[in-house]
Design a protein around this ligand. Structure first.
Ligand code: NAP
Length: 242
């Protein structure tokens, strides 16, 4: 069977993506960091709709934890493989550069950029062997235009955009596509502390996007219909200038 692994599937965009991919017929692997109750709720929602899901917790910034979790999964699933990887989990630790502590830089780079290398590396070899795969990286408007207060986050997301374009060319002949989705402001836990009323005035659509709208785009990129799209960064931002 072909599985879809979604990092950060307990909440927000990852949760909506897991539900959408399960509806599209994929058995889904729900990764999360620590919020087991939320991940179990997602699993239950998927099973209630007749879908198939498994929890796969690990810290995406910890190479060892990723190896243990994915090696364990592979040995329990010798006839299955992960054909869709959604690198979604991410954090922000905003501060102006003059006030930014080194740990704010390293935390955000480790979780948002190094994780791409660790998790993708752990599933790529099998995709190459099977000559099939979809890798979808959730980046951000910040990675395209840079946002003040987010030098760390913008650097990490811009790094993934470069990696997306390079990896897409490496693996295109193996029928693996690699794309990035760049949301603007989406209503999730990550943005709940922002001044929504003020920020939405800057958005031509005059509202924050929903996690479900981002999930629909990711699900399209994961589909057979998107076979000829690779190395792209697709914005989903209600018209915010990029
Ligand atoms: P969110 O609601 O804060 O959810 C974050 C998810 O990531 C949770 O499932 C969390 O797990 C998981 N996570 C965090 N650190 C992790 C780690 N070290 N290992 C494994 N899982 C981890 O975030 P969101 O708004 O849905 O954002 C998802 C992605 O979209 C991120 O990459 C973010 O940068 C990007 N994005 C979001 C927006 C926006 O406006 N929301 C805009 C642009 C880009 P736990 O529940 O266990 O903590």
């Amino acid at each position: 069977m072909e599985y879809a692994l979604i990092t950060g599937a307990s909440r927000g965009i990852g949760k909506a993506t897991a539900i959408a991919l399960a509806k599209a017929g994929y058995p889904v692997l729900l990764n999360y960091l620590s919020n087991k109750a939320a991940a179990e709720e997602v699993l239950q929602m998927i099973e209630n709709e007749g879908g198939k899901a498994e929890l796969l917790p690990f810290d995406i910034s910890d190479k060892k934890q990723i190896e243990i979790a994915l090696d364990g999964w592979k040995s329990a699933h010798s006839n299955d493989f992960i054909s869709v990887l959604v690198n979604n989990a991410g954090i922000r630790e905003d501060a102006l550069m003059v006030f930014m502590e080194e740990n704010q830089w390293t935390n955000v780079l480790n979780t948002n950029l190094y994780s791409f290398f660790y998790v993708t590396k752990a599933v790529l070899q099998t995709m190459v062997t099977k000559r099939k795969g979809r890798i979808i990286n959730v980046v951000s408007l910040s990675g395209l235009k840079g946002l003040p207060g987010q030098v760390n986050y913008s650097a990490a997301k811009a790094g993934i955009i470069g990696a997306t374009k390079a990896l897409a060319q490496e693996v295109a002949a193996r029928k693996i596509t690699v794309n990035a989705v760049a949301p603007g402001f989406i209503a999730t836990d990550m943005t709940k502390d922002l001044d929504i009323d003020n920020l939405k005035k800057q958005i031509p659509a005059n509202r924050f996007g929903t996690a479900e709208e981002v999930a629909a785009l990711i699900t399209f990129l994961a589909s057979e219909s998107a076979s000829y799209i690779t190395g792209e960064v697709i914005s989903i931002n209600g018209g915010l200038y990029t």
